[in-house]
Design a protein around this ligand. Sequence first.
Ligand SMILES: [Fe+2]
Ligand SMILES: [Fe+2]
Length: 267
Amino acid sequence: MGEVLTMLVLSFFGALSPLVSVIVNVTLLALITIPIVNWAVIRPMKKTLHDFEFAKHTIAVREDQILAVLYDLAMTADDETSGHIMRTQQYVSLLANRLKSMVPNAQTLTDENIELLVKVAPLHDLGKVNIPDHILGKEAPFSDIEKELMYSHPMIGESILATFQSEGFEMDLISTAIKVAGSHHEKWDGSGYPRNLQGEDIPIEARIMSVADVFDALISRRSYKDGWSIEEAYNEIINGSGTAFDPLVVQAFIAERKAFEAIASKD
Ligand SMILES: [Fe+2]
Ligand SMILES: [Fe+2]
């Protein structure tokens, strides 16, 4: 009996010892490798993440500062009121979000892009900073020189905005602003300016801006004209579908009619 017990105990420890040695080996390996991995991989990774977050924050702060300066410039550049700027910004937001729901796979209308577009909408006429007030406040028809000056404001807006971009560091915010400022007078049928872009060659951001801008310009009273009724402006936009405006943006406009009216009738 005593012999059997001894054999059992010996065989138990005999089986256990390889297991114990594996555990000891794994523990030793872990004790050696964990600090190395921490020092060589995790710490640099944490630092990179921290640097990335810091850079993102710095860019966001820089963008806000740039926007504040550009908003001020846009207000002085335009003969139009701050009301026009606020309303068109809201119209743009309505149209972009409606379009996104109508065309769910539209790559260019992500939430992030819409946020950028809404931020830069007030800068669409930035280039008017170069146009004398007496021309801005004048009723068309313009002389050839006046017309040339008026028609130059999209390109001037683009040039001003481009100075905020530097090579190797392009801000999406400014790229979006350039699309809006440079192409908001292009027309779907190619008869707009400054580049006679046509259809989908016109950035979607500018196609949206165009409907918002024209609608508000029509209903607004200016020194040289009375404001149109909402009904008249509404019909004008619909009549311009496929000629002046992207038909899809006009569809979004029709779907948002009530929201447009609510904003338009606030003032
Ligand atoms: Fe304009
Ligand atoms: Fe405008």
